[in-house]
Design a protein around this ligand. Structure first.
Ligand SMILES: NC(=O)c1ccc[n+]([C@@H]2O[C@H](COP(=O)([O-])OP(=O)(O)OC[C@H]3O[C@@H](n4cnc5c(N)ncnc54)[C@H](OP(=O)(O)O)[C@@H]3O)[C@@H](O)[C@H]2O)c1
Length: 261
């Protein structure tokens, strides 16, 4: 394959910037653009054989619609969005380029991404898939090929339900009148770990977490299950029937971690 130039729309910050660093470290030429950069989207499409969409979720669809028609079938159009079904569909309908949906399952601040999961959703063409897999594998990441549907279904649990749970815990803590000094004095290691997670979600990029919760079509279903689980275990604990509560937790543990017979 001839010299590979990669253009990252949204490469000035966050995940796009992380991907730019990874590619540069591997010797690829990378051009980035944001809203205020000298190079703009049309410059990237004429300079690069690979175009990566790494902008906030709220503008991803518009950017794909804008960049897609500028590409030819020899180029690769890919994205780093936290959802896959909608962006992959849009990339396919708005361009004739090869298309791969991609979701690295970690944030840009993680110091060492080796061992982390990356989901790929190859959607059109075969020419670029091995190149992209090798980019991640060189950095010892675990690369998985999945359908966009399966990816989004799993993200309803791993991200939407999980982040919602963190947000509700944070909101409840904020309603209780305890000072930061009291929290520090009385907190346990597990509680400190949870506080760190709440701080990350509440301070680093709340819009991203809200977009992830709001935008997943399975979120409502997950939150119904979550509400039922809260009501059910609350009722069991309140009833004072220890055997029933313990049984419920044991059954849930077996489902999550498998049976230990
Ligand atoms: N952060 C994470 O933990 C994470 C993890 C995995 C996947 N993702 C996905 O990565 C994507 C980006 O998220 P992020 O957290 O990296 O966002 P971010 O830190 O806010 O960075 C967004 C980038 O997009 C650029 N941008 C914003 N609006 C633009 C526009 N209209 N046109 C061109 N560029 C624009 C910004 O540049 P300027 O401000 O310079 O314009 C910046 O470079 C999202 O799809 C997200 O789902 C994020």
């Amino acid at each position: 394959m001839k010299k590979i130039n990669v253009g990252i729309i949204g490469g000035t910050n966050g995940m796009g910037q992380w991907f730019a660093r990874l590619l540069k470290k591997q010797g690829f030429t990378v051009h980035v653009c944001g809203r205020k950069t000298r190079l703009q989207i049309n410059d990237l499409t004429s300079l690069c054989n690979v175009i990566v969409v790494a902008v906030p979720i709220s503008v991803t669809a518009d950017i794909i619609r804008q960049v897609g028609p500028m590409l030819t079938k020899d180029q690769l159009l890919m994205d780093l969005t936290s959802f896959k079904k909608e962006p992959v569909k849009l990339m396919l309908t708005n361009s004739e380029a090869e298309v791969i949906g991609c979701h690295p399952l970690f944030g840009p601040k993680l110091k060492d991404s080796s061992g982390q999961n990356v989901i790929l959703c190859p959607a059109r063409g075969k020419k670029w898939l091995n190149w992209l897999k090798a980019v991640f594998k060189r950095n010892k990441m675990a690369v998985w090929e999945e359908t966009p549907e399966k990816h989004d279904k799993m993200m309803a649990v791993i991200q939407a339900l999980n982040h919602f749970n963190t947000i509700t815990l944070g909101m409840a803590l904020a309603r209780i009148n305890i000072t930061p000094a009291e929290i520090n004095k009385f907190s346990t290691p597990i509680f400190r770990t949870k506080l760190d997670i709440i701080r990350k979600v509440f301070t680093e990029s709340p819009e991203l977490y809200l977009d992830i919760i709001k935008g997943n079509p399975q979120t409502e279903k997950m939150l119904d299950i979550y509400e039922k689980a809260i009501k059910d275990i609350r009722f069991k604990i309140k009833s004072g029937n220890k055997v029933k509560s313990r049984k419920a937790i044991k059954k849930a543990a077996e489902k999550i971690y498998g049976r230990k017979d």
